[in-house]
Design a protein around this ligand. Structure first.
Ligand SMILES: NC(=O)C1=CN([C@@H]2O[C@H](COP(=O)(O)OP(=O)(O)OC[C@H]3O[C@@H](n4cnc5c(N)ncnc54)[C@H](OP(=O)(O)O)[C@@H]3O)[C@@H](O)[C@H]2O)C=CC1
Ligand SMILES: CC(C)(CO)C(=O)C(=O)O
Length: 332
């Protein structure tokens, strides 16, 4: 299977390493020193079970890589307008595009059904650029559990012991293209399933980001250290409980409890990607992770006293750093 990972940073680099291990015909879109290193030395992914090393075709010009069976988009959400501009040459008539990003995805209300069908989320796809460039008909959702960072150009570090990927069609169909992509990941020893309800999976993962993102932005420490304080742990639990209430109000079922989620997160010595962004001066995913979920909560009358405070503080931190602009598209 011919697969291109668009944005082979922390998560994209990890997924690329798995695809390469599974024998996919792999290419990556990357840029800057990371691209130079991948071209010169290949891509190295350090996992708990050892290193994965691969030599994918790599470019910052998608036209060099040509049409794909599948594209896996792993940039940060504020970079999606750039992806919209660049992705065209990777798309053939049957190309599937999986968006493996945190937070509420731009396509959330597409093929959703009911009154909310087709509701746009302009913060996440300003000007409908990604919708026009990719189209909902090509789109797959993706939810990834893995704690990753780029340790140095060309080298990705995975700090979670277990990882998994969940793919899903917006309409819940178990489509041959979703199954084929999942099979390519599984061939690289990454547990990967196709969900009939990818939106519930989106909410499940988002609960983690809602709890650890704002708190770690305040402490500037990794999740394990941040959650070691019982007072903070208690606040994280309240944040997840509120997130669960929003998910339920959205008609979604999340299988694990708040306690289980916090207990798992509390083991990981990982700085959440949104804190990595703050520290490295990169545009922050405030809208996908925080603003949009809280807007959905308000629209459904779900009280979120803990989350509202945490998100207000996180938003101020991002604004003060010049890495987020309220009420507008992310700063790309
Ligand atoms: N890191 C983690 O542990 C986890 C992250 N996630 C989610 O996964 C998504 C990706 O996050 P993460 O991997 O951490 O982010 P990274 O910033 O590490 O990776 C994104 C990569 O995309 C590259 N990129 C952006 N725009 C372009 C472009 N136009 N052309 C070429 N390359 C481009 C970036 O390059 P550059 O660095 O030059 O900007 C970077 O290498 C986010 O939605 C995040 O929330 C989900 C689970 C865990
Ligand atoms: C912290 C983690 C791994 C889980 O919430 C994550 O999703 C991130 O770093 O963005």
């Amino acid at each position: 299977m011919k697969v291109c990972v668009y944005g082979a940073g922390a998560i994209g680099g990890y997924l690329a390493g798995r695809l390469a291990k599974g024998g996919a015909e792999l290419s990556v879109v990357a840029r800057g020193p990371h691209l130079d290193a991948i071209r010169a030395e290949g891509l190295t992914v350090r996992t708990a079970e050892g290193a994965l090393h691969s030599r994918p075709a790599a470019s910052d010009r998608p036209a060099d890589l040509g049409p794909q069976d599948a594209v896996v988009v792993c940039t940060k959400v504020p970079a999606l307008p750039d992806v919209a501009e660049g992705i065209g040459p990777l798309l053939g008539p049957g190309t599937a595009v999986a968006f493996v990003t945190n937070g509420i995805p731009w396509w959330y209300f597409d093929r959703h059904g009911g009154e909310a069908e087709g509701t746009r989320l302009p913060e996440l796809d300003p000007g409908d650029n990604i919708r026009r460039a990719v189209g909902v008909e090509r789109t797959l959702g993706g939810v990834v559990y893995a704690a990753c960072s780029v340790a140095s150009p060309g080298v990705v570090e995975v700090s979670s012991r277990t990882t998994k990927l969940i793919l899903g069609e917006p309409d819940g169909e178990r489509s041959p293209r979703a199954v084929a992509l999942a099979t390519a990941f599984k061939a690289g020893s990454l547990p990967c399933s196709v969900s009939p309800d990818i939106r519930s999976e989106v909410w499940g993962k988002l609960l983690n980001n809602l709890a650890n993102g704002p708190l770690c932005l305040l402490t500037r420490r990794n999740i394990r250290d941040t959650f070691a304080d019982p007072v903070v742990n208690e606040a994280a639990l309240r944040a997840v409980e509120e997130g669960l209430a929003i998910a339920r109000a959205m008609g979604r079922q999340v299988s694990s409890t708040a306690q289980e989620r916090i207990a798992l997160s509390a083991q990981i010595p990982h700085k959440p990607s949104i804190l990595q962004d703050l520290e490295l001066g990169r545009p922050m995913e405030i809208d996908a992770l925080f603003t949009v979920p809280l807007r959905l909560a308000r629209g459904r009358g779900v009280p979120t006293p803990t989350l509202s405070l945490l998100v207000a503080l996180a938003t101020q931190a991002a604004e003060a750093a010049g890495l987020y602009r309220r009420g507008g598209p992310g700063i790309a």
